[in-house]
Design a binder for this molecule. Structure first.
Ligand SMILES: C[S@@+](CC[C@H](N)C(=O)[O-])C[C@H]1O[C@@H](n2cnc3c(N)ncnc32)[C@H](O)[C@@H]1O
Length: 343
């Protein structure tokens, strides 16, 4: 008994009301995910009273939330009016390791994330992140350092995306002749794990913030590449491990403004041998980008003051840092490897 909202044939006023209320629908999905309702219903149908008991929530309000969600296909409402089961849409949010949609939903559900979007106006006015303004002066990087739960939500969301695309990078780029790789800001290690798995002759190093190192350690231990890597706790503004054949930096430059990106690239250049290669691996956008890419770009600004850029910007920024752009290798529709050299 899903009461689907029919969006066809509506005048602009009704369409606008739906758009304005889109934030409510998103927030209702966040809350359902936060309460673990998709996981609970994965084990079979439940009444509102049972779900309220299991989640420690207010039954009447929970019932209203579920009914509202079922009107657009998130959960299936039964004919008795108070029993719910999983629907194809709610099933997408079941929390399984590496499920990009459920980890994304948990990332978006955090109050600090929602609060930052709430201050989008600040970002549009200034071009800066709204995160600090919305979160009592604490920046995104400070919070994901000091608050273990925020750290976990962010890194799981990053890692779910990264895992899928990392194998693509490791298989697309020609690693022949490469023996040592440094992945700068390597996150939880999915790119390095993919490179080491695909290319058994490579030894790899990750440079990451000290608070991320134990998480990366745990992931790499699970990847069956023992003895072939090291993880360096550090700061890419200070020092990057020197002398590797190949350097990579994936989806980390987009967090910063142009001048800061040039500083990071210069720091990597300092560490490179004259014949080292640096791969800048980034999602690229252009004017024709789809809606999701455009909103993800805004999210970067809201959270950290970053932005997605067209490929030409990365080429120009690399050149500003004194690197020579050799070529671009497409990995997927939006992911590009910009290959640069120091010589
Ligand atoms: C958007 S994530 C990308 C992570 C990973 N490369 C990936 O593709 O999943 C950006 C990473 O930059 C790291 N980072 C931020 N500031 C850093 C710094 N000063 N030095 C080293 N790493 C830093 C963060 O800890 C985070 O893991």
């Amino acid at each position: 008994m899903n009461e689907h909202v029919d969006t066809a044939d509506k005048g602009p006023n009704k369409q606008m009301v739906e758009l304005l209320q889109g934030a409510w629908r998103a927030r209702a999905i966040h809350v359902a995910t936060e309460l673990g309702l998709p996981d609970l219903l994965e084990r079979g149908e439940r009444t509102v009273a049972e779900l309220a008991e299991l989640t420690g929530t207010h039954a009447r309000t929970l019932g209203r939330l579920l009914r509202a969600l079922s009107t657009f296909g998130v959960f299936q409402r039964h004919a008795d009016g108070h029993t719910y089961s999983q629907s194809p849409l709610s099933a997408v949010l079941v929390s399984e390791p590496g499920n990009a949609e459920s980890t994304d939903a948990r990332f978006m559900a955090a109050n600090w994330h929602w609060a930052a979007w709430g201050d989008l106006l600040h970002s549009v006015r200034t071009g800066d992140s709204s995160f600090e303004v919305a979160n009592h002066g604490v920046s995104f990087w400070e919070l994901t350092k000091s608050d273990p739960e925020a750290k976990e939500r962010f890194n799981e969301a990053m890692n779910a995306v990264s895992r899928e695309e990392s194998t693509g990078v490791a298989r697309t780029y020609d690693f022949s002749g490469v023996r040592t790789v440094v992945d700068v800001a390597g996150g939880l290690g999915s790119l390095l794990a993919a490179i080491l798995t695909e290319h058994p002759e490579v030894f790899g190093t990750i440079l990451e913030r000290p608070e991320i190192v134990p998480l990366a350690q745990a992931r790499l231990e699970a990847a069956d590449v023992a003895g072939r890597y090291e993880i360096v706790a550090g700061d890419f503004f200070e020092q990057v491990p020197a002398g590797a054949d190949l350097y990579t930096i994936k989806r980390a430059l987009h967090d910063w403004d142009d001048d800061t990106i040039v500083r990071i690239l210069e720091q990597i250049k300092e560490a490179m041998r004259p014949d080292s290669v640096l791969l800048i691996i980034e999602g690229v956008v252009d004017e024709e980008s789809d809606q999701e890419a455009l909103f993800r770009g805004l999210l970067l600004t809201v959270l950290v003051g970053g932005q997605d850029r067209p490929e030409s910007d990365y080429r120009a920024l690399a050149e500003r840092a004194g690197l020579r752009v050799v070529r671009t290798v497409p990995v997927s529709d939006d992911l590009r490897i910009v290959e640069t050299r120091r010589d």
